[in-house]
Design a protein around this ligand. Structure first.
Ligand SMILES: CCCCCCCCCCCCC[C@H](O)CC(=O)SCCNC(=O)CCNC(=O)[C@H](O)C(C)(C)COP(=O)(O)OP(=O)(O)OC[C@H]1O[C@@H](n2cnc3c(N)ncnc32)[C@H](O)[C@@H]1OP(=O)(O)O
Ligand SMILES: NC(=O)c1ccc[n+]([C@@H]2O[C@H](COP(=O)([O-])OP(=O)(O)OC[C@H]3O[C@@H](n4cnc5c(N)ncnc54)[C@H](O)[C@@H]3O)[C@@H](O)[C@H]2O)c1
Length: 259
């Protein structure tokens, strides 16, 4: 149960973030859906009803995130959980050994800016708002959940930028938990494997409809709500802090193309 939990979910208009927003509302909570102004976030919030509101946010923008937190305060009065799902990827070898095309520095930096900078921006500003909460019986004032990827550990060819960004999200988990412990704010990271979202759609087709041999069990793509179940577990378990959890069916990515 997430009754009366007020959450803020970035990337909440699609995929894993959307599933998280839907589960929050379904389980009795409230949610600020943060996503790009070009996303379907407004329609999604309207569909979810009075316990959901949309805030147009680029997670790399301090003003956008501050405006979303102000909206959260006005609409719901507090913030208990921030879930960073917003993220992008670039699939490109540092050097394509066949075409001799070199990965651009701009593309590399852009991925880091959104995936690392955006995550940190939301973490720091959300923590400031959570620190105003009255602590619960455990002394807890809030929880922050970031999204890495198994690519942080098993990066494939073409994933230098993406894997670097997700390894950084992994790397921030413990220091952030240490920074915020005295305020009673917990910080965890989920490292998903293959989940069926718009980010991964077409991957299976590109792979000739074949799942990777390294997929163990269950031998299928994950469902976005199975990610949201992990979010609910972390929110509701006071001992979950400073840890990274792979949610991947024991898959370990191999070097090659696609999956
Ligand atoms: C361009 C579209 C690609 C597919 C789109 C994928 C969308 C990505 C969505 C990711 C979302 C994140 C999901 C989540 O976090 C979990 C994951 O990370 S899922 C994994 C997602 N997959 C990827 O990110 C892509 C992985 N990489 C590739 O698909 C390809 O490597 C490439 C980057 C598209 C480059 O393709 P190619 O240039 O054809 O090179 P290949 O890697 O396929 O190799 C072809 C051939 O050459 C040999 N070779 C290539 N590079 C090297 C090298 N540096 N050294 C030695 N040999 C090399 C390679 O062995 C192959 O030979 P073969 O095996 O065929 O004999
Ligand atoms: N799908 C998977 O298999 C998988 C696996 C591991 C990790 N992840 C990670 O999970 C997160 C969610 O991915 P998804 O699969 O749901 O992808 P998705 O593309 O369906 O959703 C990502 C959302 O983030 C939003 N977004 C992108 N840049 C933004 C920005 N600058 N500001 C605000 N919002 C922004 C997009 O508009 C989109 O709605 C990402 O961080 C991704 O790297 C996904």
């Amino acid at each position: 149960m997430l009754k009366n939990i007020v959450g803020l979910v970035t990337g909440g208009a699609s995929g894993l973030g959307l599933a998280t927003a839907e589960r929050l509302v379904r389980e009795g909570g409230k949610v600020v859906i943060c996503d790009l102004s070009t996303s379907k976030g407004a329609d999604i919030a309207k569909h979810l009803g009075n316990n959901a509101v949309f805030a147009p946010v680029d997670v790399t923008s301090e003003d956008d995130v501050k405006n979303a937190l102000d909206l959260c305060k006005i609409k719901f009065g507090r913030l208990d959980a921030a879930v960073n799902c917003a993220g992008i990827t670039v699939v490109k070898p540092a050097l394509n050994t066949k075409s001799k095309v070199i990965h651009t520095q701009e593309q590399f930096i852009k991925v880091l800016d959104v995936n690392i900078g955006g995550t940190f921006n939301v973490m720091r500003l959300s923590a400031a708002m959570m620190s105003e909460n009255e602590p619960d019986t455990e002394g807890c004032r809030g929880v922050i959940i970031n999204t890495a990827s198994i690519a942080a550990f098993d990066g494939k060819r073409g994933q230098c930028a993406y894997s670097a960004s997700k390894a950084a999200v992994v790397g921030m988990t413990l220091p952030a938990a240490r920074d915020l412990a005295s305020t009673g704010i917990r910080v965890c990271t989920i490292a998903p494997g293959y989940f069926l979202t718009s980010m991964t759609e077409g991957l299976l087709e590109l792979n000739g409809g074949q799942l990777p041999d390294s997929m163990q069990f269950p031998a299928r793509m994950g469902k976005p709500d199975e990610f949201a179940m992990a979010v609910q577990f972390i929110i509701t378990n006071p001992m979950m802090n400073g840890e990274v959890i792979r949610v991947d069916g024991a898959v370990r990515m191999q070097p090659g193309a696609n999956l």
